[in-house]
Design a protein around this ligand. Structure first.
Ligand SMILES: Cc1cc2nc3c(=O)[nH]c(=O)nc-3n(C[C@H](O)[C@H](O)[C@H](O)COP(=O)(O)O)c2cc1C
Length: 175
């Protein structure tokens, strides 16, 4: 089957990642999902616009995957939005229009901390509102984000496997 869900993975330290790497590597094995490591496809802070456009044209749905860094995505995804999304969305040929996009994140904090009574005060959906607004302004279809919480320390293999199953199931719904 064609790989038509493109996972844009933003992680400045992917080689040392425990959670994001496991999730990405596992879902990629199924063959239906293509993982693009944003940080490894930048040169001197810049993406190759034409190479990124080709990937985006070929996909039917997009995933923005990242670890939460300071209540946001890491810099490479913000750079991708500025450098790649902007010229496509503001061109006469916005081929992203109508494509679903879903944020999938790992967070160090426990889920209970993301809410009005938790340390972080706001839910993850509230925290990711700028991304939702970006997707809307781009004409893409914003899907409810999928979050994996408590991603700190050494993960348990069974927990990782369960997380990967949840991720894969969510991705299947985008196919
Ligand atoms: C610079 C930095 C900032 C972080 N900020 C947050 C944060 O704002 N909220 C949170 O829940 N976790 C935060 N974390 C924890 C990461 O989200 C967590 O380490 C990551 O999701 C684990 O995934 P990985 O193994 O793929 O790196 C931060 C980690 C780093 C290194």
């Amino acid at each position: 089957m064609a790989k038509n869900v493109l996972i844009l993975l933003s992680h400045p330290n992917f080689d040392n990642s425990l959670f994001s790497k496991y999730l990405a590597n596992t879902v990629q094995k199924s063959g239906d999902f293509q993982v693009r490591l944003l940080d490894k496809n930048m040169e001197n802070g810049y993406f190759d616009l034409e190479a990124e456009k080709t990937l985006l044209r070929d996909c039917n749905a997009l995933v923005w995957q990242f670890p939460i860094y300071w209540y946001n995505c890491p810099a490479s995804l913000r750079n991708w939005q500025d450098q790649i999304l902007s010229p496509i969305v503001y061109s006469a040929d916005n081929f992203l229009k109508g494509k679903p996009v879903q944020a999938v994140f790992t967070a160090g904090a426990a889920e209970k901390e993301y809410g009005p009574t938790g340390l972080n005060r706001y839910t993850a959906e509230e925290m990711l509102r700028p991304m939702e607004m970006t997707a809307n302004a781009s004409g893409m279809v914003w899907k409810k984000p999928l979050g994996f919480y408590g991603c700190s320390g050494t993960p348990d293999e069974k927990d990782l496997a369960q997380m990967a199953r949840t991720y894969e199931k969510t991705l299947q719904e985008l196919l």
